[in-house]
Design a protein around this ligand. Structure first.
Ligand SMILES: Nc1nc2c(ncn2[C@@H]2O[C@H](COP(=O)(O)OP(=O)(O)OP(=O)(O)O)[C@@H](O)[C@H]2O)c(=O)[nH]1
Ligand SMILES: [Mg+2]
Length: 473
């Protein structure tokens, strides 16, 4: 406020102009809550780190030709902001980017808890009318990171204990689950689920079930549909009674009071109510935009069973989100996702000429959720991207054929190799293709960068443009 004696027509004008600027600035400020969705190890943390990195370096030469606000010279920079929620740890961007761009570059470790970050993207509005109100505007972007395993709890909300148990018992009739579940199922066979509940039996049964889940998750099985997520990554619930249950074949239509069946059923319902619903309502019910990350090479490496398991897991998760464009009034009460991006991650694991097939195959895998979302009026796109490029494509003649190889350092090795990782089929492979074990894609370490530590990417700019471009006009 100016002291009264300093008031002049000019100062009154300048103060009121500032107030109008502030108000219009606020009116032009926007917010996007981005859901980064993907099964465990699909590349969520790497994607979020690269996304922040590309936005922070948008002004100084990062390669974002398809991000229109940058291409049109309207981008004014990005800053990380104070976090919106004080009880949630901050996303460790600085630490992750340091490990990706250090002398011995490494990917961040698997995520074991929740974290979040808020970014402010400053830009010049493109439309003539917006520019009359204010020269600059800000888009606030909120992102949450979490272990992929927790996402698979969302489909549990639609299932009763009996339905979930039956679903799991059906899964366990097929390999590789049936062999891995043998010890746990044998223990259950020796128990009468109608007898009085006791902690020791429940603990043993749930421990055997947890070991079964951990074995299913081991790298060589390629299984994705593993629930409940907190049994694998318990976070702050380690050893809590709420995690002491497991699926049970029903003993009778109405289990006796305080029987093993009834108590485990109650714990399952408490898990849904206190763990899953809370996670869902606090972090997954209010998104505007969504990206779904899919590791197609993992699905291909482990055969037909792994492929359909991943497909089922993605379908189960996507049923939990609400889609559809929403008008301003509806948004105030229940924002809905109006843009949905499916990406095949780690595209640098295969040669560049395979990327179109990677996109086609992803399209086939997610055809049902895509159709459902399009029907609801959601704008959907699929892309093959790499958040952190770890390889180079090299084209060579090999026995008279021109082949595209990838060159890079596989994880666990110190020497660079050049290999032909095979071709990505454009549609879901036939049984004979799976039987011949055609696919053996390797994981690669990030490259050591001479170029001032920037993170090389593939099509991150197209992903960012699809997710945010219209909010930066
Ligand atoms: N070559 C390459 N590898 C990648 C890329 N993104 C992720 N990876 C690999 O995939 C692994 C998993 O990536 P993360 O980002 O940790 O996956 P996540 O989805 O966060 O996994 P959880 O935290 O366990 O749910 C990494 O350790 C890398 O080996 C990429 O763009 N290129
Ligand atoms: Mg992670």
């Amino acid at each position: 406020m100016l002291p009264l004696k300093n008031l002049s027509i000019a100062s009154i004008f300048s103060e009121s102009q500032k107030a109008v600027d502030n108000l219009t600035h606020l009116a032009l400020d926007r917010r996007v809550r981005l859901a980064v969705t993907g099964l465990s190890r699909s590349g969520k943390t790497a994607f979020i780190t690269s996304l922040i990195h590309q936005l922070l370096h948008g002004l100084d030469g990062a390669n974002l030709p398809f991000f229109s606000v940058v291409a049109e010279n309207r981008f004014l920079g990005t800053k990380t902001m104070l976090q919106p929620n004080m009880e949630i740890p901050a996303f460790q961007y600085d630490q992750f980017v340091a490990s990706l761009t250090g002398d011995k570059p490494e990917f961040p470790r698997a995520t074991d808890g929740l974290s979040e970050i808020r970014l402010a993207i400053r830009f010049q509005p493109s439309s003539f009318i917006s520019r009359q109100f204010a020269k600059t505007a800000t888009l606030y972007l909120d992102i949450v990171d979490y272990p992929g395993e927790w996402l698979l709890d969302l489909p549990l909300l639609n299932l009763s204990f009996a339905e979930w148990s039956q679903q799991l018992m059906e899964f366990c009739k097929q390999e590789p689950r049936s062999a891995l579940a043998a010890e746990w199922l044998e223990y259950l066979n020796g128990i009468d689920v109608n007898r009085s509940a006791d902690e020791e039996t429940m603990r043993t049964a749930s421990q055997l079930f947890t070991s079964f889940l951990h074995e299913c998750r081991a790298k060589n099985t390629g299984l994705s549909y593993l629930q409940p997520g907190r049994f694998i990554i318990p976070g702050d619930l380690k050893d809590a009674p709420i995690l002491t249950f497991c699926p049970l074949a029903a003993g009778s239509n109405s289990p006796p009071k305080q029987s093993l069946y009834e108590v485990m059923e109650q714990r399952f319902e408490s898990y849904k109510e206190l763990v899953v619903k809370k996670f869902y309502y606090d972090h997954f019910s209010k998104f505007d935009r969504q990206i779904v990350l899919v590791d197609m090479q993992k699905a291909l490496n482990h055969g037909a069973g792994s492929f359909s398991d991943m497909q089922g897991a993605l379908q189960g998760i996507l049923n939990s989100f609400s889609y559809g464009s929403s008008n301003l009034l509806a948004r105030l009460f229940q924002p809905k996702i109006d843009k949905l991006l499916f990406v095949a991650t780690k595209a640098d694991h295969v040669a560049a000429n395979q990327h179109p097939n990677l996109e086609r195959l992803l399209n086939r895998m997610v055809v049902r959720p895509v159709n459902e979302a399009v029907f609801q009026g959601v704008e959907v796109k699929t892309l093959a991207i790499s958040s952190v490029v770890c390889t180079q494509t090299v084209v060579r003649d090999h026995h008279g054929r021109r082949l595209s190889f990838v060159k890079g350092v596989p994880i666990g090795r110190s020497d660079e190799v050049m290999l032909f990782p095979g071709e990505i089929p454009e549609s879901i492979p036939s049984l004979s293709d799976w039987e011949e074990s055609r696919f053996n894609f390797l994981d690669f370490q990030p490259q050591t960068h001479a170029s001032g530590g920037s993170i090389p990417h593939l099509r991150m700019d197209q992903a960012i443009e699809f997710l945010l471009g219209d909010k930066l006009l």
